[in-house]
Write a protein of this length. Structure first.
Length: 128
């Protein structure tokens, strides 16, 4: 299974039942995606816990007036069908109210950061 899709599903399910934190198995890619979500105010905090082969990533979800900050998540690039876009072809998500998480040569960036840096890459997911 796709690890980032699993992460997004766990976040979606945790917010549906009103949980404060989500615990997922750690990977560098998931940690970088979480950092991007923190930078743009979709998550409160991400902490790495555990030992060498049992690392976990604990994500603290963000709520505003008991309403989840993330109203929707969509996985774009899948293991069976990778989706790449150049910097020129990057479109805003939900009229600028959301963001796309993009894997570039300079790491994981949002669509706005990638446009500013004039970088394209693999579109991992969209969040709004």
């Amino acid at each position: 299974m796709d690890p980032v899709a699993d992460m997004l599903t766990k976040i979606r399910n945790a917010q549906a039942v009103g949980k404060e934190t989500v615990v997922i198995p750690y990977s560098k890619l998931k940690a970088e995606v979480a950092k991007a979500l923190i930078r743009f105010g979709y998550l409160k905090e991400a902490r790495r816990r555990g030992r060498k082969n049992k690392k976990i990533l604990e994500l603290e979800l963000l709520y505003k007036n008991n309403t989840p900050k993330i109203s929707g998540l969509k996985k774009i690039s899948k293991p069976s069908c990778r989706v790449y876009q150049s910097a020129k072809n990057l479109k805003s998500v939900r009229g600028g109210r959301g963001m796309a998480v993009i894997s570039t040569t300079k790491g994981i960036l949002s669509d706005r950061e990638a446009k500013k840096e004039n970088l394209g890459g693999e579109i991992i997911c969209e969040i709004w």
